[in-house]
Design a protein around this ligand. Structure first.
Ligand code: CTP
Length: 224
């Protein structure tokens, strides 16, 4: 039997990559299977929360009891997140959002020529930072996918994006992160200190992340 300790909470979650079109047949994307975000969504729903999952393209089945909103681009993800922010008490942004896109996508396929193809990319909206500026009393959890300086980068993102916790993930390691079924992360806490979660299945890591989110939520209730 699962604990119903997230009853009364509304979780807004993002997961998976975004895809940014270069022309009608090509796109750029980030490596992400969506498994960590889907595991979080499934675990939160089992624990009694209302879960709104905004997902980029993945090959995963929709988690049971979750409101799934499918999007493709960072701009679409931003719209879906901002329009569902109001009821959310907890926001967890595990998506691997593409940082750059082509603003005006050509309507016709770019034909191959012998010449080099140079593409101008503009930054996408930083959704987590925008939620951070408008978070009110919500708890905000970001992710940081790093290849080095895991904790320092996690803390920098926590501060610049106004998060309460950042789940920092070393993605250069074999067997964890990206397409893997396992993960190993460090939770960087706003109140100071870090919590290392040793290698485990993504579903166990999801439960542990939610345990820490719940602790922050209870501490906030007690303080208010
Ligand atoms: N994120 C977002 N919108 C973006 C880019 C990132 O909401 N346009 C969120 C991700 O969902 C994640 C967090 O920001 O929760 C950190 O993402 P990451 O790609 O690790 O960091 P960046 O801010 O893109 O920084 P850098 O590329 O310098 O590592």
């Amino acid at each position: 039997m699962s604990r119903h300790d997230l009853e009364g909470e509304t979780l807004l979650l993002t997961a998976g990559p975004t895809q940014e079109a270069l022309d009608p047949v090509r796109y750029i994307t980030n490596r992400s299977s969506g498994k960590m975000g889907y595991a979080l969504a499934a675990a939160a729903a089992r624990r009694g929360a209302r879960v709104i999952l905004v997902s980029g393209p993945t090959h995963l089945p929709p988690p049971p009891e979750v409101e799934l909103i499918r999007i493709r681009t960072a701009v679409e993800m931003r719209e879906a997140v901002m329009s569902h922010l109001e009821p959310a008490t907890i926001v967890i942004k595990s998506a691997a959002v593409a940082d750059y896109h082509v603003k005006e996508v050509p309507q016709q396929k770019t034909k191959k020529t012998a010449a080099r193809w140079t593409i101008d990319l503009d930054p996408t909206p930083d959704i987590l930072a925008e939620v951070g500026r408008n978070k009110g009393s919500r708890l905000l959890v970001g992710f940081a996918a790093e290849t080095q300086n895991l904790v320092a980068e996690g803390r920098r993102k926590l501060e610049t994006k106004n998060c309460d916790m950042v789940v920092a993930n070393l993605v250069s390691q074999e067997g964890t992160g990206f397409e893997s079924d396992e993960n190993e992360v460090v939770l960087v806490m706003r109140a100071g200190g870090n919590v290392a979660l040793p290698r485990n299945s993504k579903s166990v890591i999801a439960e542990q992340i939610l345990d820490h989110v719940l602790k922050l939520r209870l501490a906030r209730h007690e303080a208010s």
